[in-house]
Design a protein around this ligand. Structure first.
Ligand code: GDP
Ligand code: IMO
Ligand code: MG
Length: 430
C-alpha cells in the first residue's frame, strides 16, 4: 500500500503550488485536487508557455499521468469547459488523463449570483471573494441541498436544477439584490445559464467515477498519489482568518475528506511558502507593507491574481502564521518560492513574533481580525545578486542560505526545495 503525498500552500494562497506540482508530477502516478474550485489560479510555465489552471490538477500537461478531481472540489461546468478548450489549444486532450468524482459538487450560475449578493450585502465587511460561487455552493453542500456531478447523468437533473435555482433567486431577492442587472462577464444570468447548460456536454464526455475507490485502489496497487491543495492554510474555513477565508478545508485534514483516503495513508506533507508573503482580498495581514518595499514586491513578483487579476497585497514573511500552518498540516518538507523577487533588496525582514497590546506572542489570536498587531521583525542582509545561473541549492548566495536556514530553524521543518523563477526548470532540491 503506498501513501498519498500532499502539497499545499501555507500562507494566503498563490505560493506557487501549480508550478511545484507540475515539477513533481514525474515522480507520481496520480495527481488529485481535493478541495476548492475555480477560485484557484495555478500557474505553470515551461518551454515559453504560460498556462493558468483553475479546477483541473496541475499534472495535466504530463500525458502519461492521471489527474483526478476529487469529491471535495467544486466544479463550475462553464469554467471547466473553458479550461478544457484552453488545454486543447495547447495540444493537451484532458479526456485522456482526467477523471472526475461523481460526488464533486456543482457551482450553478445562481450560486455565482448569490456570491455577488452576499458580498454586496456585507458592504465594507466584504471578503473580497473571487465571486466564482464558492461560498454558496459549499453552503448548499453542507445544507444537503447541493447538486453533484453525478446528478447530471440523471433524468430529473433539470427539475432539481430549477428547484435549487428558484431557492437561490428567492435568497437574492431577500438580500435586495438587483438580479436583472447582474452580469457574469457581459452575460445576464439567463444568457450565462444557457452557456452553462451547454457545457454540461463537455463534463459528460469525461470519465465520471467514484474517486474514493479509484484512489484507494491505486494506493493498493502501489501507485504514487500526490494531493494538490488550493488556496492556503490561512484561508482555511476553520483555522484561517475567519470570516476572511474560503469555504473549504485547505489543510491536510481536507485531503482525507476531499479524496476519501484514511489519515493513515497520508505520507509526506510538502508545504509551500513564498520567501515573503502575499494576500489577495480582505482580511488581516500583520506583515503587510504599505510603502515602496511593498510596491516593489508586488511589481517584481508580478503579484496580480491569476484568477481575478487583482493586485495582491505584499509584505514580509510571517513566521507565527507559518509555524501555525506547519502545525495544522503536519508539514514534513518545506518548499520556498520566489526569493529571486528580492534579489536586489539591501535587506530582508522576517516577522518572528506579533506584538499585541504591548505583549509579544507567537500565536495567532482568536481576535485576529480585530486587534492591532505590530510585527516584530528580524533583519537579514540581502544577497544582492541574480539567482538565474544557480543550478544547485548549495550554490545559492550565502546570505540567502542563511535566511533559509533561519526559516528551517524557526519552523522546525527542513527545506526540501527552493524555486527561483516561474519556470519549471528552476527548482533547486536540497
Ligand atoms: P498558486 O496559486 O499557488 O499555484 O500560485 P499562482 O500561480 O497563483 O501564483 C504564483 C505566481 O508566481 C505565478 O505567476 C508563478 O508563475 C510565479 N512563480 C512561481 N514560483 C516562482 C519563483 O520561484 N519565482 C518567481 N519569480 N515567480 C514564481
Ligand atoms: P490559489 O489556489 C489566493 C481568497 C479570495 C478571498 C477569499 C474568499 O490560487 O492559491 P472565495 O472565492 O473562495 O470565496 O474567496 O479567499 N482566495 C484566494 N487567494 N489564492 C487563491 O487560490 C484563492 N482562492 C480564494 O481572494 O479573499
Ligand atoms: Mg493562485
Amino acid at each position: 500500500m503506498s501513501k498519498v503525498d500532499v502539497l499545499l500552500g501555507l500562507q494566503w494562497g498563490d505560493e506557487g503550488k501549480g508550478k511545484i506540482v507540475d515539477v513533481l508530477t514525474p515522480d507520481y502516478d496520480v495527481i488529485a485536487r481535493f478541495q476548492g474550485g475555480p477560485n484557484a489560479g495555478h500557474t505553470l510555465e515551461f518551454n515559453g508557455i504560460k498556462h493558468v489552471l483553475h479546477i483541473i490538477p496541475s499534472g495535466i500537461f504530463h500525458k502519461e499521468k492521471l489527474n483526478v478531481i476529487g469529491n471535495g472540489v467544486l466544479i463550475e461546468p462553464a469554467i471547466f469547459k473553458e479550461e478544457v478548450e484552453a488545454l486543447r489549444e495547447k495540444k493537451v486532450v484532458p479526456e485522456n488523463n482526467l477523471y472526475i468524482s461523481k460526488k464533486a459538487h456543482l457551482i450553478l450560475p445562481s450560486h455565482r449570483l448569490l456570491d455577488a449578493a452576499n458580498e454586496r450585502a456585507k458592504g465594507n465587511a466584504k471578503i473580497g471573494s473571487t465571486l466564482k460561487g464558492i461560498g454558496p455552493a459549499y453552503t448548499d453542500k453542507i445544507a444537503r441541498t447541493g447538486l453533484r456531478v453525478g446528478d447530471i447523468l440523471e433524468f430529473d437533473f433539470r427539475e432539481k436544477y430549477q428547484l435549487l435555482k428558484f431557492q437561490h433567486l428567492q435568497m437574492a431577492k431577500t438580500l435586495n439584490f438587483d438580479i436583472d442587472s447582474f452580469r457574469i462577464g457581459e452575460m445576464t444570468l439567463d444568457e450565462y445559464e444557457a452557456k452553462w447548460m451547454d457545457s454540461l456536454e463537455t463534463l459528460r464526455a469525461f470519465k465520471l467515477i467514484s474517486s474514493e475507490y479509484f484512489i484507494n485502489n491505486c494506493l493498493r496497487e502501489g501507485k504514487k498519489v500526490l494531493a494538490e491543495g488550493a488556496q492556503g492554510s490561512m484561508l482555511d474555513i476553520d483555522f484561517g482568518s475567519y470570516p476572511f477565508v474560503t469555504s473549504s478545508s485547505t489543510i491536510t485534514a481536507g485531503v482525507c475528506s476531499g479524496l476519501g483516503v484514511a489519515p493513515s495513508t497520508i505520507g509526506k506533507v510538502m508545504g509551500i511558502t513564498k520567501a515573503y508573503c502575499t494576500r489577495v482580498g480582505a482580511g488581516p495581514f500583520p506583515t503587510e507593507l504599505f510603502d515602496e518595499t511593498g510596491k516593489k514586491l508586488c511589481e517584481l513578483g508580478h503579484e496580480f491574481g491569476a484568477t481575478t487579476g487583482r493586485a495582491r497585497r505584499c509584505g514580509w514573511i510571517d513566521i507565527p502564521a507559518l509555524r501555525y500552518a506547519c502545525m495544522l498540516n503536519g508539514v514534513t518538507d518545506l518548499i520556498v518560492t520566489k526569493p529571486d523577487v528580492m534579489n536586489d533588496f539591501d535587506e530582508v525582514k522576517m516577522c518572528t513574533k506579533y506584538i499585541i497590546n504591548g505583549k509579544e506572542t507567537d500565536e495567532i489570536p482568536f481576535e485576529f481580525n480585530e486587534v492591532e498587531i505590530t510585527p516584530k521583525c528580524d533583519i537579514y542582509p540581502g544577497w544582492k545578486q541574480s539567482l538565474a545561473s544557480t543550478s544547485k541549492y548549495e550554490d545559492l548566495p550565502k546570505q540567502l542560505l542563511d535566511y533559509l536556514s533561519v526559516i528551517e530553524k524557526v519552523t522546525g521543518v527542513n527545506i526540501y526545495a527552493v524555486s527561483i523563477s516561474p519556470d519549471r526548470k528552476d527548482v533547486l532540491f536540497k
